[in-house]
Design a protein around this ligand. Sequence first.
Ligand SMILES: [Zn+2]
Length: 227
Amino acid sequence: MRQSTVDEVRVAVADLHNELVRYGLVVWTAGNVSARVPGADLMVIKPSGVGYDQLTPHNMVVCDLDGHPVEDGLQPSSDCAAHAYVYRARPDVGGVVHTHSPYASAWAARGEPVPCVLTAMADEFGGEIPIGPFALIGGDDIGKGIVETLTGHRSPAVLMRNHGVFTIGPDARAAVKAAVMCEDVARTVHLARQLGEPVPIPLDAIDALYDRYQNVYGQPVAPQRWP
Ligand SMILES: [Zn+2]
């Protein structure tokens, strides 16, 4: 593993936290981004208890995939064990994000999945946004709940019951995007609910929308890849 690779991931992870702030997904220090280091059994994650305006590439924490820091420095996010569990269980995952974004967390508080009633949901999530189990922070329970809920599911987002949002992606930027979109659709479906029952999208239409968005939408070549 090249040191320059770790340094690139530090820059990307520090920068991506700005998106959590920009889109109103976090308050105080309650939300975090991590990324797998390509070609190594390592991850880079936010330090615990450090405000978003204090984050720099230098104070990001490099951990092994058991969630233990591999260098002297700050302690990793208290959600580190959950992120690490996901990387161990899912080699396809390159980025993990956690937030308590308010509308999505309100669905989590009720233990209710967000139903697929918007084409944007079919595009990004391929169906409902599922609910994961109630789990206490600290051990592997949160990570296990994320992996068990999302494995075999199209959604890159899970609402952990009574807690908040975890998202995964092939890279950290994709996981951040899923967290932004999750809050956006959770808010819109909540608003729709205020005046009636939202209309479901037929399953075959969800499949067609998901397939088009995942395989056809956008530019033929991604302009920039992030760790
Ligand atoms: Zn949390």
